[in-house]
Design a protein around this ligand. Structure first.
Ligand SMILES: C[S@@+](CC[C@H](N)C(=O)[O-])C[C@H]1O[C@@H](n2cnc3c(N)ncnc32)[C@H](O)[C@@H]1O
Length: 400
């Protein structure tokens, strides 16, 4: 049971403060915006759970928490309102077999020798729905994506196709998102073939290690995690997290940040033109506006919608926890001066009590550890004393 303070191991203090860029398989297959450093997720899971415990991320994004939890022998559940996020989290935690690895390798050999065609019929004639997803997409990227997707159906298994789509998303992001020069179709092809060849063998090793840690055959690994595409509001009604897995031992998450503009669901091409093409590549439906993914409009006075939806999420999580559960969050603010107190008040209203960090670090202010986020480039509305390039680690337990 937690008291009002808890000891933070040195390795976790170091991981919170790390300025290292995210790397490692499968995290680096796709750079999900505002994702956790995997080392941070790993240290938190190790510090506060044991093998077999359930770790839950109600805003799971690209699945950092889930990947780290299952690779440490824990059970994992994740929810996200974005079907792109749950696609990524699922693809990164779905095992592939020796047969899948071989099938993808052979498919890639064939693809490499196939000429990149520039004028498919399907390239020109696309239905209205597809047009929506291809908005603002440069021609070279369009040619390349059609070429890969036309060949995708030659892979017999859905999980094989899903893995290829995951790597395709990473390549699309590499070539398009926040870039000023778009690669040619053949540059896309070269990058895609190189990445897929490397990724499939690295991912197979990763899956084999996870299987060994969990003492399970590879094909049973999906049974260690649940990934659910829905809003986490009223999440205790869902029923898809098995009763026998409860209570949740650790909630480890990063919600959308108050007042901070992060583009989770689009790529920004040539400056600020946005495209929903990642959903099309993932074969998922999109159709919601930015505020849907940000817990509310970011320019609303006092962020009323944001805090009331946050309250609804944490109030509903409460019934899935017990007195030994801990909630660990990493949060940034566009204006921490008033948003942090409002955030803490919301947690209190939801039935949580703050746990302060016991450790030695110069990054601690009032019992909370702050971290500087490297390479952060988003737009805050205002800037307070603590800039939005800083995140804070918040710890909570159920209030008595
Ligand atoms: C900061 S990101 C999480 C990143 C994640 N920690 C990672 O490492 O990839 C926040 C996520 O919250 C999701 N989200 C926003 N509103 C939500 C809601 N009501 N329910 C569930 N997820 C939501 C967004 O789609 C986004 O993926």
């Amino acid at each position: 049971m937690f008291t009002s303070r808890t000891t933070i191991p040195d390795s976790l203090v170091e991981a919170v403060s790390t300025r290292e860029r995210v790397k490692g398989v499968p995290h680096d297959f796709y750079r999900y915006p505002a994702r956790f450093p995997p080392a941070f997720a790993r240290e938190v899971i190790q510090a506060f759970t044991s093998p077999g415990d359930l770790v839950f991320d109600p805003f799971c994004g690209g699945g950092t928490t889930l990947v780290e939890a299952i690779s440490l022998g824990r059970r994992a559940a994740g929810m996200d309102i974005s079907s792109l996020a749950t696609f990524l989290a699922r693809a990164k935690t779905t095992p592939i077999s020796v047969h899948d690895k071989r099938a993808i390798g052979t498919w890639l050999d064939d693809l490499e020798t196939t000429e990149l065609q520039r004028s498919f019929n399907s390239h020109e004639i696309v239905d209205a729905e597809t047009q929506y997803y291809l908005r603002n997409l440069p021609d070279e990227a369009r040619t390349f994506f059609f070429w890969v997707l036309e060949h995708l159906s030659l892979l017999p298994k859905l999980r094989q196709q899903r893995f290829v789509r995951l790597i395709l998303l990473g390549v699309g992001q590499w070539g398009l998102d926040c870039k000023t020069r778009v690669p040619t179709a053949s540059e896309f092809k070269t990058e895609f073939c190189r990445r897929l060849r490397e990724a499939v063998s690295e991912f197979f090793s990763f899956i084999s290690d996870v299987a060994t840690t969990n003492d399970l055959p590879r094909h049973r690994l999906s049974s260690l995690r649940r990934i659910i595409n829905r809003s986490s509001e009223q999440c205790n009604d869902d029923g898809r997290i098995p009763e026998s897995w409860l209570p949740i031992k650790l909630v480890l998450t990063s919600p959308p940040y108050p007042g901070v503009h992060v583009v989770y669901h689009r790529w920004q091409i040539m400056g600020r033109k946005e495209t929903p093409v990642p959903f099309w590549l993932a074969n998922q439906l999109d159709g919601a506006g930015e505020s849907h993914y940000l817990l509310g409009p970011r320019d609303e006075d006092e962020l009323t919608t944001y805090y009331s939806r946050l309250l609804s999420v944490f109030s509903s999580i409460k019934s899935l926890l017990d007195k030994d559960s801990l909630v660990v969050q990493l949060v940034a603010f566009s204006d921490p001066e008033w948003q942090l107190p409002a955030y803490l008040e919301t947690m209190k209203k939801a039935g949580f009590a703050e746990v302060k960090a016991d450790c030695r670090t110069k990054n601690k202010i009032e019992g909370r550890i702050w971290r500087e986020v490297p390479g952060r480039k988003w737009y805050a509305n205002k800037q307070g004393d603590i800039s939005p390039s800083k995140e804070v680690m918040l710890l909570h337990k159920l209030a008595e």
